[in-house]
Design a protein around this ligand. Structure first.
Ligand SMILES: [Zn+2]
Length: 207
Protein backbone atom coordinates (compact mmCIF):
# COMPACT_ATOMS: atom_id res chain seq x y z
CA UNK A 1 0.00 0.00 0.00
CA UNK A 2 1.30 3.44 -0.88
CA UNK A 3 2.14 5.89 1.89
CA UNK A 4 -0.43 8.43 0.75
CA UNK A 5 -3.20 5.83 0.73
CA UNK A 6 -2.41 4.55 4.21
CA UNK A 7 -2.31 8.13 5.49
CA UNK A 8 -5.73 8.74 3.97
CA UNK A 9 -7.03 5.59 5.62
CA UNK A 10 -5.60 6.75 8.93
CA UNK A 11 -7.33 10.14 8.61
CA UNK A 12 -10.64 8.49 7.74
CA UNK A 13 -10.41 5.98 10.58
CA UNK A 14 -9.65 8.68 13.13
CA UNK A 15 -11.82 11.61 12.13
CA UNK A 16 -14.62 9.97 10.17
CA UNK A 17 -15.07 6.81 12.19
CA UNK A 18 -18.45 5.65 10.99
CA UNK A 19 -17.85 6.35 7.33
CA UNK A 20 -17.54 3.39 4.98
CA UNK A 21 -14.22 3.09 3.19
CA UNK A 22 -14.13 -0.64 2.55
CA UNK A 23 -16.49 -3.51 3.34
CA UNK A 24 -15.01 -5.87 5.89
CA UNK A 25 -14.96 -9.31 4.28
CA UNK A 26 -12.64 -12.17 3.49
CA UNK A 27 -14.69 -13.13 0.44
CA UNK A 28 -13.61 -12.09 -3.03
CA UNK A 29 -16.04 -9.23 -3.34
CA UNK A 30 -15.54 -5.94 -5.09
CA UNK A 31 -17.71 -2.87 -4.74
CA UNK A 32 -17.66 -0.82 -7.92
CA UNK A 33 -18.97 2.69 -7.44
CA UNK A 34 -19.83 5.31 -10.07
CA UNK A 35 -19.99 9.00 -9.24
CA UNK A 36 -21.41 12.10 -10.95
CA UNK A 37 -24.13 10.51 -13.13
CA UNK A 38 -26.61 9.70 -14.40
CA UNK A 39 -25.38 10.55 -17.89
CA UNK A 40 -27.66 10.14 -20.93
CA UNK A 41 -25.46 7.68 -22.82
CA UNK A 42 -22.58 6.68 -20.54
CA UNK A 43 -24.73 5.38 -17.66
CA UNK A 44 -26.81 3.08 -19.92
CA UNK A 45 -23.53 1.81 -21.38
CA UNK A 46 -22.26 1.06 -17.84
CA UNK A 47 -25.54 -0.66 -16.93
CA UNK A 48 -25.44 -2.86 -20.05
CA UNK A 49 -21.89 -3.89 -19.29
CA UNK A 50 -22.64 -4.65 -15.64
CA UNK A 51 -25.54 -6.83 -16.73
CA UNK A 52 -23.25 -8.84 -19.01
CA UNK A 53 -21.14 -9.75 -15.97
CA UNK A 54 -24.08 -10.18 -13.62
CA UNK A 55 -22.48 -7.38 -11.61
CA UNK A 56 -24.08 -5.09 -9.07
CA UNK A 57 -22.69 -1.65 -8.31
CA UNK A 58 -23.42 1.58 -6.45
CA UNK A 59 -24.19 4.89 -8.18
CA UNK A 60 -23.60 8.15 -6.34
CA UNK A 61 -25.79 10.46 -8.37
CA UNK A 62 -25.87 14.23 -8.68
CA UNK A 63 -29.32 15.73 -8.15
CA UNK A 64 -28.93 18.02 -11.15
CA UNK A 65 -28.27 14.99 -13.37
CA UNK A 66 -31.13 12.95 -11.93
CA UNK A 67 -33.43 15.89 -12.73
CA UNK A 68 -32.50 15.70 -16.42
CA UNK A 69 -32.06 11.91 -16.69
CA UNK A 70 -34.81 10.59 -14.45
CA UNK A 71 -35.54 7.55 -16.64
CA UNK A 72 -31.94 6.41 -16.34
CA UNK A 73 -32.07 6.96 -12.59
CA UNK A 74 -35.12 4.67 -12.51
CA UNK A 75 -33.30 2.12 -14.60
CA UNK A 76 -30.37 2.03 -12.13
CA UNK A 77 -32.84 1.33 -9.32
CA UNK A 78 -34.86 -1.20 -11.30
CA UNK A 79 -31.74 -3.21 -12.10
CA UNK A 80 -30.98 -3.65 -8.41
CA UNK A 81 -28.01 -1.34 -7.96
CA UNK A 82 -27.53 0.89 -4.95
CA UNK A 83 -28.20 4.60 -5.23
CA UNK A 84 -26.38 7.23 -3.20
CA UNK A 85 -26.68 10.99 -2.83
CA UNK A 86 -23.64 12.85 -4.21
CA UNK A 87 -25.21 16.33 -3.69
CA UNK A 88 -27.05 18.44 -6.23
CA UNK A 89 -24.33 20.75 -7.55
CA UNK A 90 -21.04 19.03 -6.59
CA UNK A 91 -19.77 21.66 -4.16
CA UNK A 92 -16.51 21.15 -2.31
CA UNK A 93 -17.15 20.91 1.45
CA UNK A 94 -13.87 22.60 2.33
CA UNK A 95 -14.65 25.75 0.35
CA UNK A 96 -18.44 25.97 0.74
CA UNK A 97 -20.32 27.46 3.69
CA UNK A 98 -22.07 24.82 5.80
CA UNK A 99 -25.60 26.10 5.20
CA UNK A 100 -25.13 26.23 1.45
CA UNK A 101 -23.49 22.80 1.54
CA UNK A 102 -26.32 21.16 3.53
CA UNK A 103 -29.02 22.85 1.42
CA UNK A 104 -27.45 21.45 -1.70
CA UNK A 105 -27.63 17.92 -0.28
CA UNK A 106 -31.25 18.55 0.78
CA UNK A 107 -32.07 19.66 -2.75
CA UNK A 108 -30.53 16.46 -4.09
CA UNK A 109 -32.54 14.42 -1.58
CA UNK A 110 -35.73 15.57 -3.34
CA UNK A 111 -34.53 13.64 -6.39
CA UNK A 112 -32.50 10.88 -4.75
CA UNK A 113 -33.94 8.52 -2.15
CA UNK A 114 -30.95 7.15 -0.28
CA UNK A 115 -29.40 6.96 3.14
CA UNK A 116 -25.92 6.98 1.60
CA UNK A 117 -24.02 10.19 0.97
CA UNK A 118 -20.66 10.52 -0.74
CA UNK A 119 -19.07 13.98 -0.50
CA UNK A 120 -17.84 15.43 -3.81
CA UNK A 121 -14.02 15.20 -4.03
CA UNK A 122 -14.16 13.31 -0.72
CA UNK A 123 -13.97 16.82 0.77
CA UNK A 124 -15.97 17.10 3.94
CA UNK A 125 -14.92 18.91 7.10
CA UNK A 126 -15.11 17.02 10.42
CA UNK A 127 -17.86 19.46 11.44
CA UNK A 128 -19.94 18.76 8.31
CA UNK A 129 -19.33 15.07 8.83
CA UNK A 130 -20.66 15.17 12.39
CA UNK A 131 -23.78 16.95 11.17
CA UNK A 132 -24.48 14.74 8.16
CA UNK A 133 -23.81 11.40 9.80
CA UNK A 134 -26.99 11.83 11.85
CA UNK A 135 -28.92 11.47 8.63
CA UNK A 136 -26.63 9.56 6.27
CA UNK A 137 -24.08 6.80 6.09
CA UNK A 138 -21.09 8.61 4.63
CA UNK A 139 -19.43 6.51 1.95
CA UNK A 140 -15.83 7.15 0.96
CA UNK A 141 -13.59 4.62 -0.81
CA UNK A 142 -10.26 2.86 -0.51
CA UNK A 143 -9.35 2.66 -4.21
CA UNK A 144 -9.53 5.57 -6.61
CA UNK A 145 -9.02 4.75 -10.29
CA UNK A 146 -8.18 8.32 -11.41
CA UNK A 147 -10.41 7.76 -14.45
CA UNK A 148 -11.27 11.48 -14.34
CA UNK A 149 -7.62 12.47 -14.85
CA UNK A 150 -7.30 13.20 -18.57
CA UNK A 151 -3.49 13.04 -18.41
CA UNK A 152 -3.61 9.28 -17.61
CA UNK A 153 -4.17 6.33 -19.90
CA UNK A 154 -6.74 3.66 -19.08
CA UNK A 155 -3.84 1.21 -18.67
CA UNK A 156 -2.25 3.38 -15.96
CA UNK A 157 -5.62 3.55 -14.20
CA UNK A 158 -6.01 -0.21 -14.47
CA UNK A 159 -2.50 -0.99 -13.16
CA UNK A 160 -2.92 1.43 -10.27
CA UNK A 161 -6.29 -0.08 -9.37
CA UNK A 162 -5.30 -3.75 -9.34
CA UNK A 163 -2.28 -2.92 -7.17
CA UNK A 164 -4.56 -1.54 -4.46
CA UNK A 165 -7.65 -3.74 -4.55
CA UNK A 166 -8.31 -6.04 -1.59
CA UNK A 167 -11.40 -8.15 -0.87
CA UNK A 168 -14.19 -5.71 -0.03
CA UNK A 169 -12.60 -2.71 -1.71
CA UNK A 170 -14.72 0.24 -2.76
CA UNK A 171 -13.49 1.33 -6.17
CA UNK A 172 -14.34 4.81 -7.48
CA UNK A 173 -15.14 5.43 -11.13
CA UNK A 174 -17.21 8.10 -12.86
CA UNK A 175 -20.06 7.81 -15.36
CA UNK A 176 -19.15 11.20 -16.78
CA UNK A 177 -17.86 12.58 -20.07
CA UNK A 178 -14.61 13.65 -18.48
CA UNK A 179 -13.82 10.11 -17.36
CA UNK A 180 -15.14 8.22 -20.37
CA UNK A 181 -11.86 8.38 -22.29
CA UNK A 182 -10.46 5.99 -19.67
CA UNK A 183 -13.62 4.32 -18.39
CA UNK A 184 -14.46 2.95 -21.85
CA UNK A 185 -11.53 0.54 -21.59
CA UNK A 186 -11.00 0.47 -17.84
CA UNK A 187 -14.41 -0.86 -16.84
CA UNK A 188 -14.57 -3.80 -19.30
CA UNK A 189 -10.99 -4.72 -18.37
CA UNK A 190 -11.68 -4.63 -14.62
CA UNK A 191 -14.86 -6.69 -15.01
CA UNK A 192 -13.00 -9.26 -17.06
CA UNK A 193 -9.93 -9.37 -14.81
CA UNK A 194 -11.86 -9.86 -11.57
CA UNK A 195 -14.42 -12.23 -13.07
CA UNK A 196 -11.58 -14.51 -14.10
CA UNK A 197 -10.39 -14.41 -10.50
CA UNK A 198 -13.84 -15.40 -9.22
CA UNK A 199 -14.70 -12.06 -7.67
CA UNK A 200 -18.32 -11.11 -7.11
CA UNK A 201 -19.29 -7.52 -7.92
CA UNK A 202 -21.61 -6.49 -5.15
CA UNK A 203 -23.46 -3.30 -4.26
CA UNK A 204 -23.30 -1.48 -0.94
CA UNK A 205 -26.21 -2.61 1.21
CA UNK A 206 -28.13 -0.72 3.83
CA UNK A 207 -26.60 -1.42 7.21
ZN1 LIG B 1 -18.08 13.60 -7.84
Amino acid sequence: MQMRDSFLTWILNNFYKESITRISTTENKLYLTFDDGPHATITPWVLDLLKTYNAKASFFCLGKNVATNSEIYQRIKNEGHTIGNHSYSHFNGFTTGNKKYYNDIEQAAKEIQSKFYRPPYGSITPFQYQHLKKQYRIVMWDVITWDFDTTRTWQQCFDNTIKQVQPGSLVVMHDSEKAFGRLEKLLPQLLEYYSQRNFIFDNIKTQ
